[in-house]
Design a binder for this molecule. Structure first.
Ligand SMILES: Cc1cc2nc3c(=O)[nH]c(=O)nc-3n(C[C@H](O)[C@H](O)[C@H](O)COP(=O)(O)OP(=O)(O)OC[C@H]3O[C@@H](n4cnc5c(N)ncnc54)[C@H](O)[C@@H]3O)c2cc1C
Length: 649
């Protein structure tokens, strides 16, 4: 799909001039800039005026925190542009000494703080530093009000499987007050015959059943585009693709009768099968396993087979295709299916914070109250509190005081409100990811630095598009679809968990949020080049350009079934993640050329008073791995005597 060219008339037809909720920020900005108050916007709306890169942020707790906003990025560029060899003289000494400072308030950092709080000796204190206006890292949510109904959608981390009972993850869930492990969802409402809906944002993508559609546009010579509903049930008959591509895709999807010896799938992490897979790219593995061409992989399979890793299979270790299942073999419940809080895994972040600081969210510690009620930001960082969370605070320098093996403290400097501050910690958990650890830890040993350099990250844009109804999909008999050109690759309608849904039922006339995940792969280029090119592209595109492309894409695909972008789009929030996904290359998991795997250097050999925790260390980015990596890191601090543990966890 060729990106639409800016043109006032077509912009108007697409609804770019409509006064919908996403336009509040533009109106507010215009008014604020002109100093004219026309009485149409409240002072609160004026305060919410945003730049035209960040765009509208929705309402509620996350309204200032949609992905990496301009403010977050500008602050982070301090790290890119400046090296802090010492504490600058003008930095404010807060005089604080914490037993533990956690850098990064995503699920890993929050879990580390909670596990430390529960397992540390009485009286120990902890501070979490995070650079965003709200905790959660990639596990955040957007909220929209559409025709009076409050809708939630994930900004990044979305779903979870039911964990196996009695394991660490299920005990962790119990511990944070989430003891049901499966949620109730909206039921079908209204007079129309029911069609299946997802519980998560990926169910239909996985199933691609009779109520799923494939769209083929100009790239396939189709003007207007062609829809194929129930593509696999129809064995791709009618798809405008070559016979070879059809045969290959059917082999990939439905099995290969010609395969003589099926590959041995890994049974456990580190077995010979998993090590062999880690020597290949996922692309080569898919080609050999299903007897398909590189072109078929790159044209049709990339976002499905590499989506959880941000890039296509050309860049990834073949073990990526198996890691999540092999690492958690007992999880999942077929009957219950994938699970998702209304705002995705932001639900876990909120449950952890509510457990750590009971007054942080209004109401009782139930899933419903924690989902629906507001965060009380003033409770997060109060003096005298055992656990504190300091937001809008970017750690810029972490360094032992003296030689790491003999030092008693770590000095931590952070930027907040345009000023540098510094404090002391007896130990530090680096939970922000290697892309930042390698810049802020000034005394990182060479082996650790090398290991950090091997963690490549690629960007992702999560565009949440609130629509007033999804009848245009229902009319076609679908609730989810895929396309192979233009922006994003798939979308699906999701029934929300009732713990945060605006209504107990959903039907084609209900408002919903459609999520478009945009990845930036450049197949064939080195993994680090793909990441930085993608970041450049995502960072240099304005909100308005993305909005235009999203509206044009939806209009092109759905106008014939009654969609009107101008009328039906109620709001758009862009969540830009510059370092969204780790991209494990061959050798990432088990090492190569007699070199240890980079993740093992960081996991097994923490140094001085610093330990590492982030989901990327597992190679599969997954909320369960956040909790497991956090647990390992905190145990390392106690086991190595850096801090005194006593309370049972
Ligand atoms: C688009 C997307 C979809 C995903 N979907 C799923 C899913 O459906 N299910 C699932 O289980 N997982 C999913 N994931 C994986 C997700 O990464 C994990 O579930 C989890 O949210 C990661 O938590 P984390 O704490 O390890 O890292 P992060 O969430 O990245 O948290 C790190 C935090 O540290 C902050 N930080 C970094 N450096 C500094 C510094 N110097 N100073 C202060 N703060 C700093 C960062 O800004 C961030 O807030 C998804 C990821 C993405 C990107």
């Amino acid at each position: 799909m060729t990106p639409p060219r800016p043109d006032d008339r077509s912009d108007r037809l697409l609804g770019l001039g409509e006064r919908i909720c996403r336009r509040d920020f533009l109106n507010a900005a215009r008014l604020a800039a002109g100093g004219v108050l026309l009485g149409r916007l409240s002072p609160r709306e004026l305060l919410a005026a945003r730049d035209d890169w960040t765009g509208y942020g929705g309402v509620g707790d996350y309204h200032e925190s949609n992905g990496n906003t301009r403010a977050v990025i500008d602050a982070a560029h301090v790290l890119r542009d400046r090296r802090f060899d010492g504490i600058p003289e003008d930095a404010v000494d807060t005089g604080e000494v914490f037993d533990l400072v956690v850098v990064g308030g995503g699920l890993s950092g929050l879990a580390a703080a909670l596990l430390f709080d529960r397992q540390g000796a009485a009286g120990l204190t902890c501070l979490v530093l995070d650079d965003h206006p709200i905790f959660g890292g990639e596990a955040k949510r957007n909220e929209f009000i559409v025709d009076g109904q409050r809708l939630m959608a994930h900004q990044g981390s979305a779903f979870f499987p039911v964990p196996h009972q009695g394991g660490f993850v299920s005990r962790f869930y119990d511990h944070i007050g989430f003891d049901r492990h499966r949620l109730e969802y909206q039921s079908w409402g209204g007079p129309d015959p029911e069609i299946p809906l997802s519980q998560t944002s990926y169910d239909m993508l996985g199933r691609q059943g009779a109520t799923y559609g494939f769209y083929f546009g100009a790239r396939f010579g189709q003007r207007p585009g062609l829809w194929l509903v129930d593509p696999w049930g129809k064995r791709l008959e009618g798809a405008p693709i070559s016979e070879q591509a059809r045969a290959e895709l059917l082999r990939w999807r439905l099995g290969d009768p010609g395969q003589t010896a099926p590959d041995a799938a890994p049974a456990y992490e580190g077995d010979p099968a998993s090590r062999r897979l880690d020597t290949l790219t996922l692309e080569d593995h898919l080609m050999a396993r299903h007897r398909i061409s590189r072109e078929t992989v790159r044209s049709f399979l990339s976002p499905v087979t590499g989506g959880g890793y941000g890039l296509g299979p050309d860049a990834l270790s073949a073990y990526c295709g198996y890691a999540a299942e092999v690492q958690h073999p007992l999880d999942g419940d077929e009957e219950a299916g994938g699970q998702m809080f209304p705002g995705g895994n932001a639900g876990f972040a909120r449950m952890i914070v509510k457990t750590l600081i009971p007054g942080s969210i209004d109401g009782p510690r139930t899933v419903e109250a924690v989902c629906r009620n507001r965060v009380r930001f003033e409770t997060l960082d109060r003096p005298g509190q055992r656990a504190r969370i300091r937001l809008r605070s970017l750690a810029v320098r972490v360094s032992h005081e003296g030689p790491p093996e003999r030092s008693g403290y770590v000095s931590v400097a952070y930027a907040r409100g345009g000023r540098l501050h510094h404090l002391k910690a007896r130990a530090v958990v680096l939970a922000g990811g290697c892309w930042t650890a390698k810049r802020i830890v000034t005394d990182l040993p060479p082996a650790h630095r090398r290991a950090c350099e091997s963690f490549h990250r690629s960007p992702c844009l999560m565009a949440n598009v609130a629509v007033r109804n999804w009848r245009f999909l229902y009319r076609m008999g679908i609730s989810g679809c895929r396309w192979f050109e233009g922006l994003g690759n798939y979308l699906e309608v999701r029934k929300l968990a009732t713990a945060g849904a605006p209504s107990p039922t959903i039907g084609p006339d209900s408002p919903t949020v459609l999520t478009l995940k945009v990845l930036y792969s450049h197949p064939g280029l080195p993994v680090e080049v793909q990441g930085s090119r993608g970041r450049d592209e995502m960072m240099s595109t304005s909100f308005r350009d993305y909005e235009r492309r999203i509206r044009a894409q939806l209009q092109e695909m759905f106008a014939r079934s009654g969609f009107d972008a101008r009328r039906d789009v109620a709001g758009i929030v862009l969540n830009r993640w510059g370092h969204a996904y780790v991209n494990p290359q061959p050798g990432f998991f088990f090492g190569s050329n007699d070199r240890p795997a980079p993740r093992e250097v960081l996991r097994q050999d923490p140094f001085g008073r610093l330990v590492f925790a982030n989901t990327e260390l597992a190679g599969a980015m997954d909320q369960r791995n956040c909790f497991l990596e956090a647990d390992r890191a905190i145990r390392q601090l106690f086991d190595r005597g850096v801090l005194a543990g006593s309370r049972s966890g």
